[in-house]
Ligand binder design. Structure first.
Ligand code: ATP
Ligand code: MG
Length: 328
């Protein structure tokens, strides 16, 4: 049986891009593979955040993932900083990671631009910590969105370098992508939907009227029509395909588009209604979970205990291979 690892940052509202690009895939896979799922709070510290609000965000991120189908009976759900061995392994892996590789990462360049006033070393080292998250569980499969494929390539490179230097220890993890692996921002369909860009997303917890309002504002065509489908319209069709379970509306509107009779407002409203329908049970389960904080606390505590046992076993092997730790 293989092992999967995936994570999400507590940086803002978990959105439909996270859901169709990563969470949904992972929910399907937890039946077949041993699964670890992590709220990556160390990662979220790489951008400015409010410490007084951070614990609430972590709890909400855990709750929304549980509501979206993560089952604690099948998956080890935990908070990254509850297993500090992730940070310890990241240090060691950093010592086999070429600096140039980190500097060419697209996410680093994007986030450095977004937070030009605070380009810290954590932002640069983000992919090393991500490699540690995955490798500490010796996961071989990682359900992520397309934006993380480059980081996974680097994680494989780091695993190869570690294995080459210290002996075979880590498997090389592979991404698992979905059809909705790259959902674009509603307001700017040239860049991806992001938790940390307010207005770019529909959150899984948004009430129906909010979902309708956000879709009505989605950018469709900009500039002169080229004959090709514009990125905004393509994004709306991707969302419709994912959220229209039967596919009837998707096929009808796609035909209307081909025939030149589609009104974009119809497309937007169809996406909104199908989304509302599919997200309703998630929102209900979420509200139930946040109303019972004790239950959530127990799930996260048990998850951290299970994860830490595995992480410590890997670290013993790492100490042995790297020559660390003996006091003799
Ligand atoms: P942030 O803006 O803080 O980076 P984010 O929206 O990018 O937030 P992450 O927590 O960084 O979310 O990523 C969680 C998972 O969701 C990852 O597997 C990532 O690949 C996936 N993901 C993020 N954005 C999208 C998107 N627009 N479409 C599909 N998958 C996505
Ligand atoms: Mg991200």
């Amino acid at each position: 049986m293989g092992r999967i690892f995936s994570g999400i940052q507590p940086t803002g509202g978990v959105h439909v891009g996270n859901y169709v690009g990563a969470i949904q895939n992972w929910v399907r896979m937890q039946d077949e593979m041993e699964s670890f799922f992590c709220i990556v709070d160390y990662h979220a510290m790489t951008v400015p955040y409010d410490p007084s609000d951070f614990r609430r965000r972590v709890r909400e991120a855990a709750a929304i993932n549980l509501a979206a189908g993560l089952d604690p009976a099948k998956t080890t759900l935990f908070v990254q900083s509850h297993v500090p061995e992730h940070a310890e392994l990241a240090w060691i892996l950093g010592c086999v990671t070429p600096l140039g590789e980190l500097q060419r990462m697209t996410q680093f360049k994007d986030k450095a631009r977004q937070h030009a006033e605070n380009v810290n070393a954590g932002l640069l080292n983000y992919p090393i910590l991500m490699a540690a998250d995955i490798l500490i569980y010796k996961a071989d499969t990682v359900p992520v969105g397309e934006d993380q494929v480059q980081h996974l390539e680097l994680a494989r490179e780091i695993a190869r370098r570690f294995n080459g230097t210290f002996g075979p220890t880590f498997p090389e993890p592979q991404p698992r992508l979905t059809a909705g692996a790259r959902i674009m921002a509603l307001t700017d369909p040239e860049s991806k939907m992001s938790k940390s860009v307010p207005g770019s997303y529909v959150a899984l917890t948004d009430p129906p009227d909010e979902i309708r309002r956000r879709l009505r504002r989605a950018v469709t065509d900009t500039g002169p029509t080229t004959g090709e489908m514009s990125p905004g319209v393509r994004n709306l069709f991707t969302l419709l395909e994912v959220f229209d379970a039967q596919g009837d509306t998707f096929r009808a509107l796609r035909r209307a588009y081909d025939e030149g009779t589609l009104r974009y407002v119809e497309l937007k409203d169809a996406v909104a209604e199908h989304m509302i329908e599919q997200l309703r049970p998630i929102r209900e389960r979420y509200e139930e979970l946040v109303a019972h904080p004790d239950r959530l606390r127990t799930i996260l505590a048990e998850g951290a205990d299970r994860a830490r046992r595995v992480a410590r076993t890997t670290m013993e092997e790492v100490y042995e291979r790297t020559g660390l730790r003996s006091r003799a």
